[in-house]
Design a protein. Structure first.
Ligand SMILES: [Zn+2]
Length: 135
């Protein structure tokens, strides 16, 4: 895959969740019925890709060559309600905090485009945002 097609593929990526047409509940993962009302009248809804870190852990043991340590596995609470497990990247692990605003960024890993999360632009990584500022 060329660099240009990589860029096009990444630009086309977005998050989707299931949405119940009966009660409006937005959820992940997709399933055959709504976990709130059991309706099978479901559709898809595009998500903003914005959320915050609900909880996280730092892995210091490498299990896969595409995931050098240390790396952060986090439960991200998406703005629309669903929560998903992903990784926080482009931020030192020691700077990740519960409640930190993040946004999705698709990155190639293990021959796929994975939805990873980076600090949101308006809430940049604390280690970067406060560099050079007096505490
Ligand atoms: Zn429902």
């Amino acid at each position: 895959m060329s660099r240009e097609s990589d860029t096009r593929a990444a630009a086309a990526r977005h998050l989707e969740a299931a949405q119940c047409h009966a009660c409006g509940h937005v959820f992940l993962p997709f399933g055959p019925v709504c976990p709130r009302c059991w309706s099978d009248r479901l559709g898809k809804r595009a998500l903003t890709g914005l959320g915050e870190v609900a909880t996280f852990t730092v892995y210091r043991q490498q299990y896969h060559p595409d995931f050098p340590t240390p790396y952060v596995i986090a439960l991200v609470a998406l703005r629309e309600g669903p929560r998903m497990i992903s990784s926080i990247v482009d931020c030192p692990p020691e700077a990740v905090r519960v409640g930190m605003a993040v946004r999705v960024r698709f990155k190639p890993r293990c021959e796929r485009w994975l939805p990873l999360f980076v600090p949101a632009a308006d809430a940049a990584c604390p280690a970067t945002a406060h560099r050079g500022l007096k505490e």
